[in-house]
Design a protein around this ligand. Structure first.
Ligand SMILES: NC(=O)c1ccc[n+]([C@@H]2O[C@H](COP(=O)([O-])OP(=O)(O)OC[C@H]3O[C@@H](n4cnc5c(N)ncnc54)[C@H](OP(=O)(O)O)[C@@H]3O)[C@@H](O)[C@H]2O)c1
Length: 339
C-alpha cells in the first residue's frame, strides 16, 4: 500500500509517498480503505518535532511512528476473525489516536475502537474533518464547560477546525455564540451560524465585562488571565493549548469564581470517543454539522497539506485522500468530484 511517511523531524517536505506491506486485520480488527484523512495540528507537531514536548509523544531523537494521521473515513475492505459490528463495504469513520497510521491507503483498527458507521449523506472528506474538529470541540463544550441552552459562548479562533466545530456544536446546544476570526474568514464563520462575529484585527473580545459564560479559546491564542474580565461569575475558560500557567490555573481556579480548563481529548479512551463519533455522525447526517475544508490534496501532495497546516491560518480542515476517490457514496463528496 501507499503511505505518506517521514523518517526525521523537519519541514513539510520530510513527508513523502512510500510503499509499505498491506496490513492484515487480526482477531476483532477491521481494515479500512482510507478515502479521506485529516492533516491536523497534531500531525504538524509530530512531523516537525515542535514544540519540544511533542517529542515526548512522537519520539525523542527521531519519530517512532513513520506514518502520521489519526482521523480517517473510508470503507471496510476486510475484517478479522470474530468481528461482528462491521462488514466489508461498510462506510465508517474514526480516529486511530496515538497509533496514527491514517495517512495510508489502508488502516487497521479494533472494531471496539474509535470507529463508527458513517451515514450515506455525509461525504468522506467531511467525516475526516468531523473527527479533526468535532471530536475535540464536543467534549470541551459538553464535559469541560457543561454547556446548556441560553449560555453565552465566545469561540476564539472560530475558523480553525476545532473552532468551526465549536461554533456549530454550541449553536446545536442552544447557546448564543460570539466568534472571533481574522478578516478573511468573517463570512465563513457567519455561515457556520455564529450570532455575532468579531474580526480580531479590529476588536479585542477581552475588553468587555461579564459578557460570556464560556470562553473557548480553540487556538490557545489568549489566556485565562486576559479572559477573566469578560467571563461571568461562575464562567469557564477553556483552552486547547497546554502551558505551565494553564495547568496551574486549572488547579487553583477550582476555588475561585471562574474556572480554567484544559483537556487532552486525543488521549481519551476509545470507549469515550466511539459514542461521540455516533453523536457527530447523527448531527452531520441530519445536516446540523458541516465542517469547512480548506483543501483536499492527493497523497503525493502531502507536503502541500502540511504547508497549509503550518501556516496557522487554514479555514477548517486539510484533507488528504490516500485511496483516491470513494465509490458510490454521497454525491457532494469533493473527494469524488475531484476525479
Ligand atoms: N487539547 C487538545 O486535546 C487538543 C485537541 C486538538 C487540537 N488541539 C490544539 O488546538 C489548536 C487548534 O487546532 P485547530 O486544528 O483548530 O487549528 P487550526 O485549524 O490550524 O487553526 C487555524 C485558525 O487559527 C486562527 N488563528 C491564527 N492566529 C490566531 C490568533 N492570533 N488569534 C485567534 N485565532 C487565530 C486562524 O484564524 P484566522 O486566519 O481567521 O485569524 C485559523 O483559521 C492547536 O494548537 C491544536 O494543537 C488541542
Amino acid at each position: 500500500m501507499r503511505v505518506a511517511a517521514y523518517e526525521r523531524y523537519g519541514p513539510p517536505e520530510v513527508a513523502a509517498v512510500a510503499e509499505r506491506p498491506d496490513p492484515v486485520p487480526g482477531a476483532g480488527e477491521v481494515r479500512v480503505r482510507v478515502h479521506a484523512a485529516s492533516v491536523g495540528a497534531a500531525d504538524g507537531a509530530g512531523r516537525s518535532g515542535t514544540p519540544w514536548f511533542a517529542r515526548l509523544a512522537f519520539g525523542l531523537r527521531a519519530p517512532r511512528q513513520q506514518v502520521l494521521g489519526s482521523d480517517f473515513a473510508g470503507i471496510v475492505d476486510a475484517v478479522g476473525p470474530g468481528v461482528t459490528r462491521f462488514a466489508a463495504g461498510d462506510r465508517v469513520f474514526g480516529a486511530t489516536g496515538a497509533a496514527a497510521g491514517a495517512h495510508a491507503e489502508l488502516v487497521v483498527v479494533a472494531e471496539s475502537g474509535a470507529i463508527a458507521p458513517l451515514p450515506d449523506e455525509v461525504p468522506m472528506a467531511d467525516a475526516a474533518a468531523l473527527c479533526d474538529g468535532g471530536l475535540t470541540a464536543l467534549p470541551f463544550l459538553r464535559d469541560g464547560a457543561g454547556i446548556r441552552p441560553g449560555m453565552r459562548v465566545l469561540v476564539n479562533g472560530a475558523s480553525g477546525s476545532v473552532g468551526a466545530a465549536a461554533v456549530q456544536l454550541a449553536k446545536h446546544f442552544g447557546a448564543e455564540v460570539t466568534a472571533t476570526c481574522g478578516p478573511a474568514h468573517v463570512e465563513l464563520v457567519r455561515g457556520l451560524g455564529a450570532d455575532r462575529v468579531i474580526d480580531r484585527t479590529r476588536e479585542d473580545f477581552a475588553t468587555g465585562h461579564d459578557e460570556f459564560d464560556v470562553v473557548f479559546d480553540a487556538v490557545g491564542k489568549s489566556t485565562f488571565r486576559r479572559s477573566r474580565r469578560v467571563l461571568a461569575h461562575g464562567g469557564t475558560y477553556l483552552t486547547t493549548v497546554p502551558s505551565f500557567a494553564i495547568l496551574l490555573q486549572q488547579l487553583t481556579s477550582r476555588f475561585g469564581s471562574r474556572r480554567a480548563v484544559i483537556m487532552f481529548t486525543g488521549l481519551r479512551k476509545d470507549a469515550d470517543k466511539a459514542p461521540d463519533l455516533e453523536v457527530l455522525a447523527a448531527l452531520a447526517g441530519a445536516g446540523g454539522l458541516r465542517p469547512p475544508i480548506e483543501r483536499i490534496v492527493p497523497l503525493e501532495d502531502i507536503a502541500e497539506g502540511y504547508r497549509l497546516v503550518d501556516s496557522g491560518h487554514k479555514a477548517g480542515s486539510v484533507i488528504v485522500t490516500p485511496a483516491g476517490r470513494a465509490p458510490a457514496v454521497a454525491s457532494d463528496d469533493p473527494t469524488e468530484a475531484a476525479a
